[in-house]
Design a binder for this molecule. Structure first.
Ligand code: PRX
Length: 656
């Protein structure tokens, strides 16, 4: 699908060159590529001056593949660069966050001065609970300011946050807490979604049944829901944080101090704890935010519409924007909390200038109709961004026209949890844009598209995206598993970082991302592995075997289709298939997250396998996407395919 579409769009030769007015004011100038390219390591060292150092580093890069150290002899405190510096340099009165609640009419304004007070108090509370340098702390929170206070307070103490998206199940939370041996959890009683409170603390209680090392849980009261309480372990935020001193003297830590862990799906059932360290990560988050989003801290109102439970929230709500000292919108709700016009109300109400979101959301907004945003004054917007999955040219054009008024540059930013910050994107005011293309690597970054043998492909050709030189925000490892770190990223193409994405260079050498080439699916911009979902399915008593594929989906990019063979107990044999399928979908949602709920489950007496017993996923993908089946000569029992195709037809016609 993507390749044919790209060809069609390229034939139309759609390319938008930067407007002279935008270029004249842009943070990035065309010479930046050359300046950075001449000596990337030295250029990154200059960018590190964006941070507030206690000891200025004299070292830049030490590289012993796959281990990188950046600015290693420098010392600093991450929260000082994000918060204290703005207060001490007289910017404390600037708004850091306009927080907008799920419910209309509820909001809070948090200046940098207030942010500083809150971070200091939270840090003091964490000290009282026993947190010390190097501790891992799970943060399982809704999109409320306390989530950010907690993250910044944790890193202020040299501790390490592991933010787990609030939509994950108790089981998923528990396995993440265990994997990095977190001793503390910060959470809330519940979260609001479209006005309805859903519990969070209950999931923490459930998860902690299998996590004996957690000694304290700090709980924000957000929804007034009833919660169970473990005396001695559980502490209300309002009891313990609010009585703390506003003063906390930050300690300086070495540049390579671990900053956070973020779990993400790989190709196995077990999510990987990607960890990042302090100065390299912060340098690149701040630099890319400045150049790619062209931010003007005095005047911009920036909105990264992502959850802090994902890397986008870490790099472009918390660290990048705060180091730049910008004003942001922080929104708790869903795009249709209070009505389908909610986003446009927020943008026009706060006069937002920069909007950063995912293609899935753009496609949903598009489905709701251009008439909705048309009702609002969106002329404050001056730049739009997208991230998380390939954006189809139709959605890109809709975004440009209906939200950006054909005036705002669009930055299609390619990066990953592992890369920590954006690696490929147009630079507004400098680079031309094409609908659906990430265009090129940013200054100071070296990427290539290579063939199976690792050789660079020519213009007009496709292959695998690799990064050929270390970069400051690069993953420093998988928590507790150095071998997996090397094997996953550095073994496929010796000397190069393998991202797992297919990509193509067009006739002019510009970069187009084509999606994952491994068993990682991308559902609404969220990463999930096929094996993770299969694992959840076979955990159900009725399931003998399961094979999961990502099939293309108009709205979510990809959707999960599962092929399942049953081992029916007497109890399950009584149920009709539709009821059992619903039960299996719900089972996956409660084991992993509602994000992982399969769109379709096909019950089949057998799965197609190669002679060596491997499930033929490619073939199942073709079946799920109704494509012709290609080469099936290695299949043990070709009748299985016909049977599955038949089942799909029946299923499609009786689809609910
Ligand atoms: O497949 C790529 C896709 O998202 C993957 C990374 O997912 P995650 O670590 O969850 O981080 C998402 C937010 C940075 C990549 O391997 N991806 C991300 N951005 C783009 C993209 N695919 C195409 N175009 C993008 N702009």
């Amino acid at each position: 699908m993507p390749e044919a579409k790209i060809e069609a769009w390229l034939e139309e030769d759609r390319e938008f060159t930067p407007s002279a007015a935008f270029s004249a004011q842009a943070n990035a100038q065309p010479s930046i590529y050359e300046e950075a390219g001449a000596d990337p390591v030295a250029w990154w060292r200059e960018q590190a001056d964006r941070l507030t150092w206690t000891t200025t580093p004299t070292k830049s890069l030490e590289w012993d593949l796959p281990n990188a150290k950046w600015f290693a002899d420098g010392t600093l405190n991450a929260s000082v660069s994000c918060v204290d510096v703005h207060v001490s340099e007289g910017r404390g009165g600037r708004v850091a966050f306009h927080w907008v609640a799920d419910a209309e009419g509820e909001s809070r304004t948090i200046t940098y001065h207030e942010l500083h007070r809150q971070v200091c108090r939270t840090a003091n509370a964490l000290i009282e609970l026993g947190v010390t340098k190097g501790d891992r702390i799970a943060v399982y929170m809704p999109m409320i300011p306390e989530a950010i206070f907690a993250m910044l307070a944790i890193v202020r103490l040299g501790a390490i946050h592991s933010v787990v998206f609030g939509g994950f199940s108790a089981e998923a939370l528990g396995s993440r807490i265990l994997d990095s041996n977190c001793r503390f959890v910060v959470t809330a009683d519940g979260a609001f979604r479209r006005g309805t409170a859903s519990p969070l603390k209950a999931a923490v209680d459930e998860a902690l049944k299998s996590c004996p090392n957690v000694s304290a849980v700090l709980v924000v009261k957000r929804t007034e829901s009833d919660v169970e309480w473990v005396p001695g372990r559980d502490h209300w935020w309002h009891d313990i944080v609010e009585r703390q001193s506003d003063v906390h003297e930050p300690e300086a830590f070495p540049a390579e101090t671990p900053l956070f862990i973020m779990y993400t799906s790989g190709t196995t059932a077990k999510p990987k704890g990607i960890f990042h360290t302090t100065a390299g990560y912060l340098t690149q988050a701040a630099t890319t935010y400045y150049n790619v989003f062209d931010v003007k801290p005095e005047t911009d109102v920036c909105w990264t519409a992502a959850d802090i439970g994902w890397i986008t929230g870490h790099s472009y709500i918390v660290y990048g924007p705060l180091i730049n000292g910008v004003t942001q919108i922080l929104y708790e709700g869903l795009p249709d909390s209070g009505g389908r016009d909610r986003w446009w109300k927020i943008i026009s109400g706060y006069k937002a200038t920069i909007l950063y979101t995912a293609p899935t959301t753009i496609r949903t907004l598009m489905k709701w109709g251009h008439q909705i945003p048309e009702e609002y004054d969106l002329t404050s917007l001056r730049l739009l961004g997208t991230v998380g999955e390939p954006i189809n040219p139709e959605a890109w054009m809709w975004y440009r026209k209906n939200i950006g008024g054909d005036r705002c540059p669009i930055v299609d930013t390619w990066w990953q949890t592992e890369t920590g910050a954006i690696l490929c994107s147009p630079l507004p005011g400098v680079t031309s844009t094409k609908p659906g293309a990430a265009m090129r690597a940013l200054p100071g970054i070296s990427t290539a598209v290579v063939d199976d043998a690792g050789n660079p492909v020519g213009h007009g050709e496709g292959g695998y995206l690799v990064v050929t030189q270390p970069w400051p925000a690069m993953i420093r490892g998988i928590w507790g598993d150095p071998d997996r770190f090397f094997d996953t990223y550095w073994s496929r193409f010796p000397g190069k970082y393998f991202a797992g994405d297919g990509a193509k260079l067009d006739a002019e050498g510009d970069l187009w991302l084509l999606g994952r080439v491994d068993d990682v699916m991308n559902i609404s911009g969220h990463r999930l592995s096929t094996t993770e979902v299969e694992h959840a399915l076979v955990g159900h008593r009725a399931v003998a075997e399961a094979a999961v594929v990502g099939a293309s989906d108009e709205t979510t990019g990809q959707a999960i289709v599962a092929f399942v063979t049953l081992k029916l107990s007497a109890e399950d044999a009584e149920k009709d298939h539709a009821a059992l399928i619903e039960e299996l979908r719900a089972h996956v949602a409660s084991t992993i997250s509602p994000i992982a709920k399969p769109r379709e489950i096909i019950l089949t007496p057998d799965l197609p396998k190669t002679r060596s017993g491997k499930i033929m996923r490619r073939l199942l993908r073709d079946v799920a996407e109704n494509r012709s089946l290609g080469d099936v000569t290695t299949l043990t029992d070709p009748t299985v395919v016909n049977m599955i195709t038949g089942l799909m037809d029946t299923h499609a016609s009786s689809d609910d």
